[in-house]
Design a protein around this ligand. Sequence first.
Ligand code: FES
Length: 136
Amino acid sequence: MKAEEGAGGYSETLLDHYRHPRNVGDVEGSAAVAQVGDPAHGDVLRFGMRIEGDQVIEARFRSFGCTAAIAAGSMATLMVTGKRLDEVERVSNQDVADALGGLPESKRHCSVLAEQAIREALRRWREAGAGETPCR
Ligand code: FES
């Protein structure tokens, strides 16, 4: 057992994010919102960001998945807030899993949901033209 390992093979960091998830909720009025996963299997992550200029100033999530999915959503909000968009685009599921102190192999897809949600939210935001500078 690793030093940081807690219940269920999860790290203490992960369990803390599960028990006390950060930034739960919705970002209203933003095009940078996406829901990924499969409701039929109960693995759903909704992720929203408020973007100003080149920076994410707020991120919120809702998860209808397992312990790891809730923790991954929570950690992902912290990992994108305050970051430039080019940095946000580089956040990977491995980064999220590492920040959580690792994930059991059977739970890897829970962090993949976080990466997918971030990418899809950015894609929607761009598709909506929300990042374009208005004509002067
Ligand atoms: S969301 Fe499916 S096992 Fe975690």
